[in-house]
Design a protein around this ligand. Structure first.
Ligand code: URA
Length: 241
């Protein structure tokens, strides 16, 4: 990769700002000051520093966010804050959410720049598990439980896939889905004549929401979490994560 492109990808500035930094001698490659924007570097093995600070290049980055209410699962929005704007201090311009949680849904959302992983995790063919904590308007009846566990019609040609329900309290359940249709939990409850008061996702593709994260907080995934997601996505795993 060209040195100026590398420096831009590390969000040091625009191409012309980066060229100025190079002219000013602020950049070293393997300890040697260089002013050549078109110098070819190996971003995985050469050590590039800016003002003495080593720039840690990672092509792909992975974050889990505990999404708060009121934030939209999008990259940009005209009126509301977006999940991507919550990570603006990371200085990455290429992040996007893996799917959507409704504006009033909280909990686990993966943000990354790894398009292939997200594409696979969201593929309807892959049936990646999602676990939701749901507070309902009314308690579920025994017939509702068996309907959810068999599959119900929510206004589409195909009924929902069998879901797993764990009753946590009078109005509280854990619902495990193996698909991700639009507003799925709310539409399933509506089909049963019930309603959703609060919805919180606690697991996605085997990845568990880190309960130490307050709403609005995020952290990078650990290498083993990334590996687990890649396995859930049917991607080769190993030392490349
Ligand atoms: N199902 C919903 O209805 N909303 C969400 O945000 C996620 C799943």
């Amino acid at each position: 990769m060209r040195l100026d492109r590398f420096l831009c990808e590390m969000n040091l500035g625009s191409r012309s700002q980066v060229k100025n930094f190079l002219k000013q001698g602020l950049v070293t490659v393997n300890g040697i000051p260089t002013a050549e924007p078109d110098m070819k570097i190996d971003e995985n093995s050469d050590q590039v520093s800016f003002q003495g600070r080593v720039l840690d290049y990672r092509k792909y980055v992975y974050y889990m966010l505990n999404k708060p209410v009121g934030v939209v699962s999008a990259v940009t929005d005209n009126t509301a804050d977006t999940v991507v704007s919550l990570l603006k201090e990371e200085g990455r311009k290429d992040l996007f959410p893996a799917g959507r949680l409704d504006k009033d849904t909280t909990g686990l959302l993966l943000l990354t720049n790894d398009g292939e992983l997200v594409h696979r995790l969201l593929s309807p063919r892959r049936h990646v598990d999602k676990i939701y904590q749901v507070t309902l308007e009314h308690p579920l009846k025994a017939s509702d439980l068996s309907a959810l566990e068999t599959g119900i019609r929510i206004g589409e040609e195909r009924p929902t896939l069998p879901a797993k329900v764990t009753v946590l309290g009078e109005n509280r359940i854990l619902l495990t889905l193996h698909e991700g249709r639009f507003h799925q939990v709310k539409r399933m409850m509506l089909a049963l004549g019930n309603g959703v008061r609060t919805l919180r996702r606690i697991s996605f593709g085997g990845l568990q929401l880190d309960e130490r994260l307050k709403e609005g907080e995020y952290r990078e995934l650990t290498p083993s979490e990334i590996q687990m997601l890649k396995e859930a996505a049917g991607l080769q795993t190993g030392a490349d994560v």
